[in-house]
Design a protein around this ligand. Structure first.
Ligand code: PEP
Ligand code: MN
Length: 361
């Protein structure tokens, strides 16, 4: 798949900024926000027209009636405009209205039928499309949606990281799980990836901190929900910032650059590569001991999983970390993975398999 974004993403204007209200609420509100955002470095003015709400009875957007307001924003302020689409009918309407950028929302990305319908209706259209991550932390669904659009001939594709919903998460509305967009970046190094700190944080107080983290992680830009009177917004009132707050955030952001020449880093990176090699060799030794223990368990009719031993392994690892400058939880996470791989290997032995087909989660 090829991502060509040159003509819409001017690197001089890095970071790409998409801003505007969560929802287009009225013509007056849209024009008010847009006029306040003119001259603040936007690449696109966003506004939700059809709002996918979790529960019925919430404001579900003004629908088709809002499209002429966005056309006014484009014509009167010269701001390119962006809208979320969730169905083929939405695509038809926004293309007819001359909307400049489309994005697929998080709830839609979870549904391959809906994404395929959108992709099919975009055949032959020359418009950039951004895909938000699915609400669940499944990178393959995200990639799958991008592929469906790519296969339908959409060449200007981008992604938006808006975090992942979780039952337990308290601090963020949607947990960032940065490793997932970073893996997307690894797979598609040339594709622009924006961060949506508004939907990750769910609170305007978190927008600055999350935007800075996105810059630190080399995201290409931000999508920030912006409203002139956020408290009274009909959707996502807690997380929208005012145009002045947006300018303050953008002004305070420390921009990071990609590493152009590796010279300064080469010696460190070589050392890290050598250590990684040693780690792999040690892991191989550990796995081979696990296999031998697995044979013994099999011969003696013992259960593979021994909770007391698992606790011992984790406690030993915590003791080893004592007085070391390391995050114990991270190290424990690594040992949890190692242990689960040992259990998988031993299950294969008991079941007399040789391949990798036992899955432990
Ligand atoms: C939005 O951008 O307003 C929106 C509905 O976002 P998400 O799809 O990330 O929930
Ligand atoms: Mn929103």
């Amino acid at each position: 798949m090829k991502f060509d974004s040159k003509d819409i993403f001017n690197k001089d204007r890095h970071p790409i900024l998409v801003a505007g209200p969560c929802s287009a609420e009225s013509e007056k509100q849209v024009m008010e926000v847009a006029s306040a955002l003119v001259g603040r470095g936007l690449s696109f003015f966003r506004a939700g027209v059809w709002k996918p709400r979790t529960r019925p009875g919430c404001f579900e957007g003004m629908g088709e009636a809002a499209l002429p307001w966005l056309q006014r924003v484009k014509n009167e302020f010269g701001l390119p405009v962006a809208v979320e689409v969730a169905t083929a009918e939405h695509v038809r309407l926004v293309l007819d209205a001359g909307i400049d950028m489309l994005w697929v929302g998080a709830r839609t990305t979870t549904n391959p039928f809906a994404v395929q319908e959108i992709a099919d209706s975009l055949r032959g259209a020359d418009v950039p499309v951004f895909v938000k991550n699915p609400v669940n932390p499944d990178i393959e669904l995200w990639v799958g949606a991008l592929e469906r659009l790519g296969n339908a001939g959409v060449t200007r594709l981008g992604a938006i990281h808006r975090g992942f919903s979780s039952y337990a998460e308290k601090c963020f509305r949607n947990a960032p799980q940065w490793q997932i967009p970073l893996e997307l970046r690894r797979r598609f190094p040339d594709m622009p990836i924006l961060c949506d700190p508004s939907h990750i944080g769910g609170k305007r107080e978190l927008v600055m901190m999350l935007s800075q983290q996105a810059m630190d992680l080399n995201f290409d830009g931000l999508m920030v929900e912006t409203h002139c009177n956020p408290q009274c917004a009909l959707s996502d009132a807690r997380q929208q910032v005012t145009p002045d707050e947006l300018s303050m955030i953008m002004g305070r952001l420390v921009k990071r650059s990609a590493i152009e020449s590796c010279d300064d880093f080469l010696s460190y990176r070589n050392q890290i590569d050598a250590i990684d090699l040693q780690l792999v060799e040690l892991l191989e030794k550990r796995m081979s001991l696990s296999r031998e223990i697995g044979m013994l368990k099999k011969e003696n009719g013992h259960a593979i999983y021994q909770p007391a031993r698992y606790n011992e392994v984790l406690e030993h690892c915590v003791r080893c970390c004592k007085d070391k400058e390391m995050n114990i939880d991270a190290v424990k996470g690594i040992f949890e993975l190692i242990h689960s791989e040992s259990v998988r290997l031993q299950l294969d032995i008991v079941n007399e398999k040789t391949g990798n087909d036992t899955i432990i989660s």
